[in-house]
Design a protein around this ligand. Structure first.
Ligand code: CAA
Length: 383
């Protein structure tokens, strides 16, 4: 498997634009939004206008028509400043737009993908349930066939963008006997009667993004709001998550980058024993280790995006990137706090937020334990 890491002028331009946007538009309000748990409404609107909410969707359907590498670059830069903004972008791009573009009919794309990809609205992906997280095939939400459509009942959990989205992709069992092959994906509008997003979760990190449970009580969904056909839901979910894991790897990469850069900068400013702490070997060991892990995470993440762009199998590469980049984000955030000493432990300095934001990247879109399973299964298949 070859990996040719060459950035085009477009990639360089996207990096510069995303970096500038993150610095000028995202950074100023990030501490306040984290404190108040305030959704970045205006920032998401601007990202939509820039094409960042449907980066890989073709221009025909309102997207930016870019590749996965461009998406990873933008995610890294935005998440280096604010991972909450990163996850809103990631879910809309990878878990909502991708499925609609790949499996939607032209009518569905026109009605839902176009506004989602152009950032007029954003979406949410509803797979997890109170009793079905890692064990995603054990869906309890059920859909019963009625004249002209289906009636859904159940509860979805941990839904990113849950309180603010307009469109939801919801997995439900349409034939329990078929297990995962009986799961179907429904496109549901927020205002559907019986569809009730709950209260926002009070989270440790990514506090500016919104996460909630969603109750479905006798929600009627017309037949033409099934995505990809009856029984295709689990396949759509798994394939969406393969791409989603590249997005979360890029989010984790961004957090690791932000934490590492903050540690390097602080170490040149802070003095101890008569010199900047960057001159102390104890600190140099940390900085060198953080930077090396960061580059390794970057290479894995870029490689996964490269394979996706080359239409090669990227399941294992995406899981490896997410596994390693999320571990790197947690490690580098912890080390950044250590380099900052007591200042790293207070909210005034951003580094404590990097740690709080990093932890979720080891959990959502498949825990690290699930990534190990995915990697091992792919290794065995490759034999
Ligand atoms: N890509 C494509 N297909 C896959 C796949 C993958 N990565 N993983 C499994 N499949 C397919 C299998 O090939 C199989 O299909 P066939 O029957 O046609 O052969 C089918 O899915 C079932 O697979 P298994 O028999 O292996 O099922 P399992 O129950 O043993 O394991 C699992 C499945 C891999 C553990 C899966 O349940 C899983 O990925 N769990 C984690 C779920 C997850 O990531 N949730 C994240 C929630 S969403 C979220 O966090 C979004 C957010 O808001 C930020």
């Amino acid at each position: 498997m070859s990996f040719n890491l060459q950035f085009s002028e477009t990639h360089e331009m996207i990096r510069e634009t995303a970096r500038q946007f993150a610095r000028e538009e995202v950074a100023p309000s990030s501490i306040e939004r984290d404190k108040n748990g305030e959704f970045p409404t205006e920032i998401i609107k601007k990202l939509g206008e820039m094409g960042a909410m449907g980066m890989m969707v073709s221009t025909e359907w309102g997207g930016a028509g870019l590749d996965a590498m461009s998406y990873v670059i933008a995610m890294e830069e935005v998440s280096a400043v604010d991972a909450s903004v990163g996850v809103v972008m990631s879910v809309n791009n990878s878990l909502v737009c991708w499925g609609l573009e790949t499996y939607g009919t032209d009518e569905q794309k026109d009605k839902w993908l176009r506004p989602l990809a152009s950032g007029q609205i954003h979406g949410a992906f509803c797979l997890s349930e109170p009793e079905a997280g890692s064990d995603a095939t054990s869906q309890s939400t059920n859909a019963v066939k009625v004249d002209g459509g289906w009636v859904l009942n159940g509860t979805k959990n941990w839904i990113t963008n849950g309180t603010t989205a307009s469109t939801y992709l919801v997995m439900a069992q349409t034939n329990r006997e078929l297990r995962h092959k009986g799961i179907t994906c429904f496109i549901i509008d927020r205002n559907a009667p019986g569809f009730e997003p709950g209260l926002k979760e009070d989270k440790l990190g990514i506090r500016s993004s919104d996460t909630c449970s969603i109750g479905l009580t006798n929600v009627f969904v017309p037949d033409d709001q099934i995505l990809g056909g009856v029984g295709m839901g689990f396949k759509i979910a798994m394939e969406s998550l393969n791409g989603g894991r590249i997005g979360i790897a890029a989010q984790a990469l961004g957090i690791a980058k932000g934490a590492t850069e903050a540690a390097i900068k602080y170490s040149t400013e802070r003095k101890a024993f008569g010199k900047p702490i960057a001159d102390l070997q104890a600190i140099q060991l940390k900085l060198a280790d953080m930077a090396t892990r960061l580059e390794a995470a970057r290479m894995l993440t870029y490689r996964a995006a490269y394979l996706k762009d080359q239409h090669q199998n990227y399941i294992k590469a995406a899981a490896q990137a997410k596994l390693f980049a999320s571990q790197t984000a947690v490690h580098n955030a912890l080390e950044a706090i250590q380099v900052h000493g007591g200042y790293g432990y207070v909210r005034e300095y951003l580094v404590e937020r990097y740690l709080r934001d990093a932890k979720i990247t080891e959990i959502y879109e498949g825990t690290s334990e699930i990534q190990h399973i995915v990697i091992a299964r792919e290794l065995i298949k490759e034999l």
